[in-house]
Design a protein around this ligand. Structure first.
Ligand code: GRF
Length: 201
């Protein structure tokens, strides 16, 4: 499956996807960033993957940006879209176009803590556990059906930074795996439910 990875920053999840590629059924055919300085662009270039910058600040509005993004993905014949630290809210037009073909990774145990500052929020709530979720992208922000989660224990001395490190380690293990499931047709989105091998998760 030809996939594109959409990033806005460091791209360490992109790196994990690149590193797993030779074992996988996906081919990263394009990396798109909405920020010209995103380090993930360098990671892609080092792996000889085509890159594209679509700087959202140069578009009139959200829908115009999303239409440009959609056109770029369709022109490159992209079949699957993997959001990896892509810090843009997507329009329903965009999410509908890639419904069932687009994944996101979110650093919380959804449905807990959609949105930003998830590590801080888990600490403030004195949660004993935290984690990461991979889900299908639907129009609802961080609200699409969850495919896989990884749980970590919160220690007394954890900070947002230590939690982020722990979460990242989990992300690198599970995102390439679930992306490969998508590429193999093992997971599907049907009636707003995630299926694995035809069974509801
Ligand atoms: C990850 O923690 C991911 O869960 C969140 O954004 C972060 C991206 O990190 N959506 P990186 O750019 O992959 O290093």
């Amino acid at each position: 499956m030809k996939i594109a990875v959409l990033i806005s920053g460091s791209g360490s999840n992109l790196q994990a996807l690149i590193d797993y590629q030779s074992h996988a059924h996906y081919e990263i055919a394009l990396v798109i960033s909405n920020r010209p300085q995103a380090y993930g662009l360098v990671r892609a270039q080092n792996a000889n993957i085509p890159t594209l910058v679509l700087d959202h600040t140069t578009y009139a509005d959200r829908l115009t940006f999303d239409k440009a993004l959609m056109a770029a993905l369709d022109d490159a014949k992209i079949e699957g879209v993997i959001l990896a630290g892509f810090m843009r809210i997507l329009t329903p037009e965009f999410t509908q176009h890639f419904l069932g073909r687009m994944l996101n990774i979110h650093p919380s145990l959804l449905p807990k803590y959609p949105g930003l500052h998830t590590h801080q929020r888990a600490l403030e709530a004195k949660d004993s556990q935290h984690g990461v979720s991979i889900h299908f992208v639907t129009p609802e922000l961080d609200g699409g059906p969850v495919i896989l989660q990884s749980v970590i224990q919160i220690a007394d001395n954890d900070t947002p930074e230590t939690l982020q490190d722990k979460i990242h380690q989990e992300e690198y293990k599970i995102y390439p795996l679930v992306t490969d499931w998508l590429a193999q047709g093992k997971i599907q989105l049907v009636d707003n439910q995630a299926l694995f091998n035809q069974k509801v998760l």
